[in-house]
Design a protein around this ligand. Sequence first.
Ligand SMILES: *[C@@H]1O[C@H](CO)[C@@H](O)[C@H](O)[C@H]1NC(C)=O
Ligand SMILES: *[C@@H]1O[C@H](CO)[C@@H](O)[C@H](O)[C@H]1NC(C)=O
Length: 462
Amino acid sequence: MRLLRALLCLWLLAEAALASRVRTRRELGPGLYEHGVYDAGGSYCQRGDVCCHGRNDGCTVPYHDTLCYCDLFCNRTISDCCPDFWEYCLGIPAPFPKAPGCARAGRNYPTGATYRENCNLCTCGPGGQWQCEDHACLMDGELIDAVNRGNYGWRAANYSQFWGMTLEDGIRYRLGTFRPSPTVMNMNEMHMNMDSNEVLPRHFDAAAKWPGMIHEPLDQGNCAGSWAFSTAAVASDRISIHSMGHMKPALSPQNLLSCDTRNQRGCSGGRLDGAWWYLRRRGVVTDECYPFTSQESQPVAQPCMMHSRSTGRGKRQATARCPNPQTHANEIYQSTPAYRLSSSEKEIMKELLENGPVQAILEVHEDFFMYKSGIYRHTPVAEGKRPKHQRHGTHSVKITGWGEEQLPDGQTQKYWTAANSWGTAWGEGGHFRIARGVNECEVETFVVGVWGRVSMEDMPHK
Ligand SMILES: *[C@@H]1O[C@H](CO)[C@@H](O)[C@H](O)[C@H]1NC(C)=O
Ligand SMILES: *[C@@H]1O[C@H](CO)[C@@H](O)[C@H](O)[C@H]1NC(C)=O
């Protein structure tokens, strides 16, 4: 009898020890509900199709960063039951208030869940309501529709490369030319020798006059370095034209971005006069030799990887190999001093006709990013919206020609054709047309031309 009692005692002790050990282990799991962690949408037991009718440590489902239980034992502590344990396994309502969660497209999402709506992040708030950021987006469906419905003379499109960006980021990362300082603005204008009744053609396309010498539009990506891209683009064309096609270098914007650093800020913007100074005094190599690598994702300025030294008479020679190891041709190309043209439409046309593409600053407004085709004019489509939807910043582009179109009402609409640096998938093959003769978006305010520095000895002997 005594032995039996002792045995029973031992057994009870052992059982108690086992239970406490198990409970201790299970109670290590955080009291998720007590700590405010709910998962409103949680169909854990149901999804795993588990409901164990005893105490079963194996009856668990991954839950947040821990595990929850679908066995009867969990019902004693509540803290480690899966959210749907009561409903799915016991068929009774859960003994705690259900977090409301947020509904979207027929699904319920837990508090703290997020999704992106174009450029805005939406978060499921504690009250069961989605709370969305309120940025102006670079691509705005309403504005695209408004432009296309209105009679503005151009069409708008939704660009996937801009989708999800804020307008502010578009202004910050897709432009990148500092407005010329008053001293530079007051630079003497160079006047073309023009007869007041000189007749210029109604249409002009530099690529038709100089075939094979006008380079394709560039792509600056999310690098606010249009100062370097437009300068390299104009200089490339002009060197090709002035060497009569003996040299057709596509000059390297990266060379300017990384090496022309005096008062310049690389992919955070730069000045046109500084770019031309560098091109004249230091020169740059080709894009093949020094390819474009800068991105906004690499905010640290990249070190300059090309250097040159004087070889006399202002000419220079590279003292470094091409950063692109596949290319050996590291000739340095230079320009003569750049000159500012007058803002007269006719003089700009004459310069283009005689000497090739010119560089122009352009004040870019919110609707320009959506330009697809036609003759651009800044539209008032964003005027009904709050001020943050109406933003602008300074850019620079390469003007390559002009033309005119007859409007249905019989009026003539004159335009410039220009190359942008947002890739060839944007606009009309990377180009755009913009109203001419009315200083639209300041396109006629600051126009620059330059001569490639070309002499007979530069010409390869054939
Ligand atoms: C589980 O919990 C609920 C609510 O607290 C209770 O009504 C029910 O009796 C419990 N079931 C078991 C098997 O312990
Ligand atoms: C614009 O394009 C993106 C992807 O390229 C697409 O997800 C989005 O729904 C489009 N928006 C509109 C308003 O067409």
